[in-house]
Ligand binder design. Structure first.
Ligand code: ADP
Length: 355
């Protein structure tokens, strides 16, 4: 009603209130009471979707500004296909069988076959964990909520736990839903004596909300925790994120595929042997490193003609060649250390999900 009260339309006009078309009759327009302070706080936003969500009983204690932030900044359109992720065939088949199929067909995958409510994706940075989150959301036809745990502490200082509650409530209303939480270790670390009171509250609220979802069998919400530091998770986190899936660095075939995918839209004179050589010289590179390498190599043909750049016809830029990759390889190095990989492999051997 706030919008109506503040900006009263001409009497008899049609207006939208929370998505419902209503006619303001002249007499109604006169008797509209000024909103109480409480109502004023609740009467919400210019976004009709926020207003619509706020009408649900379950949203009674949720701050509409948080709902607005969730819809604007956390909910994302996910349109990722299986082939967008190069290599990692083993990971894809685990994800297809234990997560996507059960989410698509909860009527078949129930009881013992039901999908997990929480999974963990762990591994070095830049290996495609976020891509897998988008892939799961796309393939399971779910709303994708993408939030970084550190933003809960930095952006919503002191209100992190309220934001967590709001996030789960909105996800319930927009299910099937995938809640993707990057850097989950920053919420679910082992408790220490020096832990800040607000982090403690945030962690407790997360566990309460997660357990609430897990016990509602009809809820179709999957929580995907993501971390580069799995060893920092405590037992409570491991118990809830029941399937812990290692997303490793790409292997030789994966790296070759990555370069082929990235060059798909560019002209290049690379032979299959060249692609093999690039894959061989990039042992230990992550997907993100491969991305940087290809970006650097893509500059090679431009550098050759930069003195003509003002007048050059774009069609005269030469195709990319092997020499561009050799030059790029000198500049772009792997960002993941061998010791780190050993740590991930060790943790995977103890806690990881294998088929
Ligand atoms: P993470 O979440 O593991 O840190 P991302 O999923 O954000 O990594 O990947 C970072 C970038 O690296 C992506 O935008 C993508 O371009 C590239 N990338 C990483 N791994 C792959 C892969 N297996 N296939 C295709 N692209 C990849």
């Amino acid at each position: 009603i706030k919008g109506v009260q503040r900006n009263l339309p001409p009497s008899g006009a049609n207006v939208h209130v929370s998505g419902i078309r209503k006619t303001i009759k002249p007499e109604m327009a006169k008797i509209v009471k000024p909103p109480s302070k409480d109502e004023d706080e609740k009467a919400v936003s210019d976004n009709p979707e926020v207003n619509e969500l706020m009408e649900h009983e379950s949203m009674k204690n949720v701050d509409p500004r948080m709902v607005e932030a969730i819809l604007n900044e956390v909910v994302q359109i996910a349109t990722t296909d299986w082939d967008d992720i190069a290599g990692l065939h083993g990971v894809k088949s685990i994800i297809r069988e234990i997560i996507v199929w059960p989410m698509l067909r909860p009527d078949i995958f129930k009881g013992l076959r039901s999908s997990p409510r929480g999974i963990l994706l762990f591994g070095p940075p830049g290996t495609g964990k976020t891509m897998f989150g988008r892939l799961i959301a796309t393939q399971s036809e779910s709303t994708f909520f993408n939030i970084s745990a550190s933003s809960l502490t930095s952006k919503w200082i002191g209100d992190g736990e309220k934001m967590v509650r709001a996030l789960f409530q909105v996800a319930r209303l927009k299910q099937p839903a995938v809640i993707f939480i990057d850097e989950i270790d920053s919420i679910l670390t082992q408790r220490s004596d020096t832990e800040h009171e607000s982090s403690r509250r945030l962690k407790t609220e997360f566990l309460i909300q997660f357990d609430g979802c897990a016990t509602q069998t009809e809820d179709r919400i999957l929580v995907i925790g993501v971390t580069n530091r799995p060893q920092e998770l405590d037992e409570a986190a491991r118990r809830r994120l029941v399937k812990r899936i290692y997303i490793p660095l790409p292997d030789l075939e994966g790296r070759k595929q990555l370069v082929k995918n990235l060059l798909r839209e560019y002209s290049s004179e690379l032979s299959d042997d060249d692609f093999n050589s690039i894959a061989e010289m990039t042992e230990g590179y992550s997907g993100a490193d491969m991305n940087s390498l290809c970006k650097e190599a893509a500059y090679g043909p431009i550098r050759d003609v930069c003195h003509l750049l003002q007048t050059l016809d774009a069609s005269h830029v030469r195709p990319m060649q092997m020499k561009d990759f050799i030059a790029a390889h000198r500049l772009v190095k792997s960002s993941v250390g061998k010791l780190d990989v050993e740590l991930y492999e060790g943790w995977d051997a103890t806690y990881g999900c294998h088929v």
